[in-house]
Design a protein around this ligand. Structure first.
Ligand code: NDP
Ligand code: PYC
Length: 337
């Protein structure tokens, strides 16, 4: 039967599943938080559906559930580096965040580089964590080869997510977070499970022909959003968050994994900016000026990105999170393993 959990109850259940699968508490705590946040904010493509792949990746020995991330010897500079030690990215982010914030306040701009991590999560939890400190944030990472470059037909780039956040005094931050493919791969997988066709323009089959069949799309190539523009942004992410930080690009990540059925290993780049430092000596306070822009957007009847998510969050806080009978059964099965 379907069941409704409070946010805390669901997080505790997910944490227990991950602990049962052999993860230490550093990994299980950070992962259960982002997976539950996906359900809470109605982002099903990065909610509890990701547990199955996480357990598969652990079982295949492609990620370390016992990893303890390490902050690199600190040089006091604007580049902060955390080695995830073969574990997941989220605990590495938690370790690096306080230093990133301190350096961004000091220098006006700082970067957190995470190396040797497995990343399957949405990026907005990280972006939001930075905006809570009054800083703007830009976060990106490769994934594994699954997207053809515009004009090409074979998987090369990852679905390479890009997220941005801007702090808003007294309210939810301005946040966008999206794959640089037309849709996240998780969305295609959800269509496959539901037996529903994909919208036109999402993918090519293994012969490079347009397809709306999710199975053919998973065996073929996804397409970048916005044609050559999304293709170039996806390439930039391979360069900045792969090549530049000395970590795997999406084709290298696929070669390392040997399959798209596991969560990818690579690095992540997180930039934090102090709007006050950038605007110093210039007229106008950046935060109130940003509000004028946001009001002009919503004043036309447009919605801000993440407004849907924040509304879902408010509902989940009030009413809890309802999982389908199949999802409840799956969690029970994981706990009985
Ligand atoms: P979506 O297309 O669902 O949403 C992209 C963004 O656009 C969201 O911030 C969304 O806000 C906003 N948005 C959607 N519709 C509108 C609208 N009409 N007006 C204004 N804003 C709008 O995202 P994707 O499917 O591309 O990505 C989903 C998730 O997948 C992301 O969180 C991403 O980080 C994750 N991902 C992770 C990868 C990894 O390797 N770790 C790889 C690829 C993706 P809202 O949510 O409020 O609708
Ligand atoms: O949904 O595209 C995706 C994805 C890839 C890795 C993690 N999420």
């Amino acid at each position: 039967m379907h069941q409704t959990y409070s946010i805390e109850e669901l997080q505790a259940r997910v944490r227990a599943v991950l602990a049962r699968a052999g993860m230490n508490d550093t990994q299980a705590k950070a992962l259960s938080r982002v997976i539950t946040a996906g359900e809470r904010d109605a982002c099903k493509s990065h909610g509890i559906y990701r547990i199955e792949g996480t357990l598969r990746t652990l079982k295949a020995g492609k990620v370390r559930g016992d990893a303890l991330p390490r902050l690199h010897p600190d040089t006091g500079g604007a580049i902060v580096r955390v080695d995830a030690m073969g574990g997941f990215s989220n605990p590495a982010f938690d370790l690096g965040l306080p230093v990133l914030v301190e350096r961004a306040r000091h220098f006006g701009l700082a970067a957190l580089v995470i190396n040797d991590c497995t990343h399957f999560a949405a990026l907005w939890p990280e972006v939001e964590a930075i905006t809570e400190h009054g800083l703007a944030a830009l976060v990106m990472c490769p994934s594994y080869a699954s997207v053809a470059p515009a004009g090409g037909t074979r998987p090369l780039m990852g679905t390479n997510p890009l997220a941005f956040g801007w702090p808003r005094p007294g309210g939810d931050p301005y946040v966008f977070d999206f794959a640089t493919s037309v849709a996240a791969r998780g969305e295609i997988e959800l269509h496959r499970r539901a037996g529903t066709p994909l919208p036109e323009g999402w993918a090519l089959d293994a012969e490079g022909r347009p397809t709306t069949d999710p199975v053919a799309a998973l065996a073929g190539a996804m397409l970048p959003f916005g044609g050559h523009k999304g293709s170039a942004i996806g390439t930039m992410i391979e360069l900045l968050a792969g090549v530049m930080i000395g970590d795997l690009t999406s084709p290298e990540a696929l070669e390392h994994l040997g399959t798209t059925a596991l969560a990818p290993t690579h690095g992540e780049l997180i930039l934090a900016f102090s709007p006050a430092a950038f605007a110093a000596g210039r007229p106008g306070d950046p935060l109130p000026r940003a509000e004028v822009l946001f009001q002009a957007i919503t004043g036309q009847g447009a919605r801000l990105p993440s407004a849907r998510r924040f509304a879902a969050r408010a509902l989940a806080r009030r009413d809890g999170i309802t999982l389908t009978a199949a999802e409840v059964d799956q969690l029970d099965r994981f706990l009985a393993l």
